[in-house]
Design a protein around this ligand. Structure first.
Ligand code: NAI
Length: 386
C-alpha cells in the first residue's frame, strides 16, 4: 500500500484523505495551518461516527481508517510517500512553491499530483525538476461521495506515471477518466452552459429562476435545477470557475460570465452559505412558485440541453477526452440523467444542428456556433454511437 501524502487539509484534502485511507493506504495529511488540521481531524472523526451509526461501516473499520491518517504540519514528514495529492489554495504561485519544496523532500519515484480545478498542469509541472512525474488528479466535492476523478497528464507527464495513477485511483473504487490539460478539463468545461444558458434565459426575461429549475428537474430529469445548484455551490466559487474558463479560452464568447451572477457575488448573496442567493434561505422566507407551463418548460430544457450537447461534441472534436470518458464524466461527475452524446443521438443530430443554427441566426453571437463535429455527423446521417 503506497503511503499517500495529502497536501492541504481543507474541504477537498480532508475528503481525499478519507478516500485513500478507506482504500487501505497510510495517509499523511499536511497543512501549514494547525487550525485547519484540527478541523480536518474533527470532521473525519464525525464522518466516521456517522457512518457507523448509520450501519454503513463497522466500528473496527472506522477506527482503522482513522488510525491510518496522520496529521502533520511539517512537509518533511512526507519524505517516504509514494504519491502526493496537493489540494491547497487555488493560486499558481503558491502551488508552484509547494511543489518545489515537495520535490526536495520526496523520493525520486514519488508521483506528484494536483487537485487543481482551473490551473494548467503544465504550468505546475514546470516548477519541478522532474516535471515528468507531475499530473492532475481532480476529485469532485465531496470527494468520498463523488465517483468521478479526472486524470490529467500534462505535456511533460511520462505515460507510466499516467498509467500508475489511473490504476491506483481505480483501485480506490473511483471512475477515472483521462482529460487533456485544457481549461475546465471535461466536467467544468462541458457543464458551463448548464449555468450560463440558464442565466441567459433568466436575463432575457423568458422565465424566472423557479420556473427554469422546475423545468430542468421535472421535465429534464436533472437532480437539481441550475439556480438551486449555483446557490448550493456558492456564487463566489461558481462565478470564479466561469470567469477563469472564459479567460483561459482567450475570451471565447461561449463561456462569457453573466452580470446577474457577478452582482450576486458583489452583493455578498453567495447562496445557501450566506442565507441568500437566487433564493432566500432564511427561515420562513417566501420564494416564488414556478410557472408550470409544460410547453415553455420543454423549450427551456431543450435550449440548455442542446448547448450542453454542443459543448460535449466540441470537447470530443478537440480530443479533450474519449467519447466514453465524456459520457462517464457527465453522468458520474455531475450526475446528469443521461450522457450528452447519447442524448444527442436520441434527439437526432439534425435536430441539434437546426436548433443551434436557429439560435445563432437569432442572436448572431458566436456563443451559439454549432460544433463542426455535430454538423459533420448530421451531413453523414450518423450519430455518436451509430
Ligand atoms: P480549502 O480552502 O477548503 O482548503 C485549502 C487548504 O490549503 C487550507 O486548509 C489551507 O490552510 C491550506 N493551505 C493553503 N496554502 C497552503 C500552503 N502553502 N501549504 C500548505 N497548506 C496550505 O480549499 P478546497 O476547496 O479544499 O480546494 C483545494 C483545491 O482543490 C483547490 O486547488 C481547488 O481548486 C481544488 N478543488 C476544489 C473543489 C471544491 O469544490 N472545493 C473541487 C475540486 C477541486
Amino acid at each position: 500500500m503506497i503511503k499517500t501524502g495529502i497536501i492541504g487539509s481543507g474541504a477537498m484534502g480532508t475528503g481525499i484523505a478519507q478516500v485513500a485511507a478507506t482504500a487501505g493506504h497510510p495517509v499523511l495529511l499536511y497543512d501549514n495551518n494547525p487550525d485547519a488540521l484540527s478541523r480536518a481531524r474533527q470532521s473525519l472523526e464525525n464522518v466516521m461516527k456517522r457512518l457507523v451509526e448509520k450501519g454503513k461501516l463497522e466500528t473496527e473499520s472506522a477506527e482503522g481508517i482513522l488510525q491510518r491518517i496522520e496529521y502533520v504540519n511539517n512537509l518533511y514528514a512526507c519524505k517516504d510517500i509514494g504519491l502526493a495529492i496537493e489540494a491547497i489554495v487555488e493560486d499558481l504561485e503558491i502551488k508552484k512553491g509547494v511543489f518545489e519544496q515537495l520535490e526536495d523532500v520526496v523520493s525520486e519515484g514519488c508521483i506528484l499530483a494536483s487537485n487543481t480545478s482551473s490551473l494548467s498542469i503544465a504550468s505546475i509541472a514546470a516548477a519541478c525538476k522532474k516535471p515528468e512525474r507531475v499530473l492532475g488528479i481532480h476529485f469532485f466535492n465531496p470527494a468520498p461521495l463523488m465517483k468521478l476523478v479526472e486524470i490529467i497528464p500534462a505535456i511533460q507527464t511520462e505515460p507510466e506515471v499516467l498509467a500508475q495513477s489511473l490504476g491506483l485511483i481505480r483501485s480506490w473504487g473511483k471512475t477515472a477518466v483521462v482529460a487533456k490539460d485544457t481549461p475546465g478539463f471535461i466536467v467544468n468545461r462541458v457543464a458551463r452552459p448548464f449555468y450560463g444558458e440558464a442565466l441567459r434565459i433568466l436575463e432575457e426575461g423568458l422565465a424566472d429562476a423557479p420556473t427554469i429549475d422546475w423545468a430542468m428537474t421535472e421535465l429534464g430529469g436533472f437532480r437539481m435545477g441550475p439556480f438551486t445548484l449555483m446557490d448550493y455551490i456558492g456564487h463566489d466559487v461558481n462565478y470564479t470557475v466561469t470567469e477563469t474558463v472564459f479567460q483561459s479560452f482567450f475570451f471565447d464568447p461561449r463561456y462569457k460570465p453573466a452580470f446577474t451572477q457577478k452582482r450576486l457575488v458583489e452583493a455578498g448573496y453567495l447562496g445557501r452559505k450566506s442565507g441568500r442567493g437566487f433564493y432566500d434561505y432564511h427561515h420562513g422566507a417566501p420564494n416564488p412558485e414556478p410557472r408550470q407551463d409544460k410547453k415553455l418548460g420543454s423549450q427551456i430544457v431543450w435550449r440548455i440541453v442542446v448547448m450542453l450537447i454542443n459543448e460535449a461534441a466540441d470537447a470530443l472534436y478537440w480530443n479533450i477526452a474519449s467519447r466514453n470518458d465524456i459520457e462517464l464524466a457527465m453522468t458520474h461527475g455531475v450526475n446528469y440523467p443521461k450522457g450528452l452524446l447519447r442524448w444527442a443521438d436520441e434527439s437526432g443530430i439534425a435536430h441539434c444542428v437546426e436548433t443551434l443554427d436557429r439560435l445563432y441566426d437569432e442572436y448572431r453571437e458566436d456563443r451559439y456556433r454549432c460544433s463542426p463535429l455535430l454538423r459533420k455527423l448530421a451531413r453523414e446521417g450518423r450519430g455518436f454511437f451509430s
